[in-house]
Each structure stands twice: as C-alpha cells, then as structure tokens.
Ligand binder design. Structure first.
Ligand code: 9UX
Length: 75
C-alpha cells in the first residue's frame, strides 16, 4: 500500500534551547504516521512529514502543546 506523506509546518513559541528542540522532536516522532521531523529553534517552526490518513494537524499541535509549547498552524 502506498503511503502518502504530507509536509506540515507548525509555528512554535516558547522554545529556548536545543533541549526544547529535542523534546518537541521526540513528542512528534512518538506519533504513529510521522516520518521526518525537522524542528528549528531559530525559525520557531517544526516541519513534519506525516500521513494525513493517520494524523491531523490538530493532533500534531496537541503533541507539541502537551510537551509544553504553544503552537500555531503556519500559513
Ligand atoms: Mo533548555 Mo527548553 O534547558 O524547556 S530544554 S529551555
């Protein structure tokens, strides 16, 4: 079965160091349907490859927020 992956960008506020980047990255990678995760401290963003059939943007945002950060869906 072919897996369709979509690239989602989420804006994150509250990340202050590379430890925060690791926390956000780990929280996202723990979700089923997530592929590559790139979190940038400088940009305040996460770029997440995910299968839209398994995950919604709301679920990605919730995982980041549960790790202690605020999010917005990037336009
Ligand atoms: Mo760095 Mo982030 O010591 O909460 S892990 S600020």
């Amino acid at each position: 079965m072919e897996r369709r992956m979509e690239s989602i960008v989420i804006e994150i506020t509250g990340m202050s160091c590379q430890g925060c980047v690791k926390s956000v990255t780990a929280a996202l990678k723990a979700l089923p349907g997530v592929g590559q995760v790139d979190v940038s401290l400088e940009a305040g963003q996460a770029r997440v490859a995910c299968d839209p059939g398994l995950l919604s943007v709301a679920e990605l945002r919730k995982a980041i927020e549960d790790a202690g950060f605020d999010t917005r869906t990037a336009v």
